[in-house]
Design a protein around this ligand. Sequence first.
Ligand SMILES: [Zn+2]
Ligand SMILES: [Zn+2]
Ligand SMILES: [Zn+2]
Length: 144
Amino acid sequence: MANKASSSSLPSINEDAASVDEVPLYGSESGWVEARTHCDHLASLSQDLTHIPTPDTQCNRCQHPDENWLCLCCKDVLCSRFVNKHMLEHYQQSDHCLALSYSDLSVWCFSCDAYLDAQVILSLRPAYEIAYFLKFGEAPPLRS
Ligand SMILES: [Zn+2]
Ligand SMILES: [Zn+2]
Ligand SMILES: [Zn+2]
């Protein structure tokens, strides 16, 4: 990540396509590549992750409209560290460390300080699959 500045080889053909989703599902820097398959904090997960708020739910505190995070412990929806950091604040105040991003459906553990692989970690999979369905209207592609 140190040599980020040298991206001049990419042609900028996307200038008139600004309305496509800005966040690629498996972007090279999204963290999926290095997502952990193990986390010691899964005991704090909500018992019922089959009923979760929809991806267009506003931040509970500042009403930020999109790309919020879902707390997987209490199912609060809170904005990201790039908005008003309400998810981060929530973690610091409540110790709820597991959150799912409604922008790219990645799962972050604040305590591990790492992304988690929600398709490999079985207790995360229902939340991931339902969030995916709510966002895209179809089941996620299966990975073996
Ligand atoms: Zn907020
Ligand atoms: Zn919470
Ligand atoms: Zn963890």
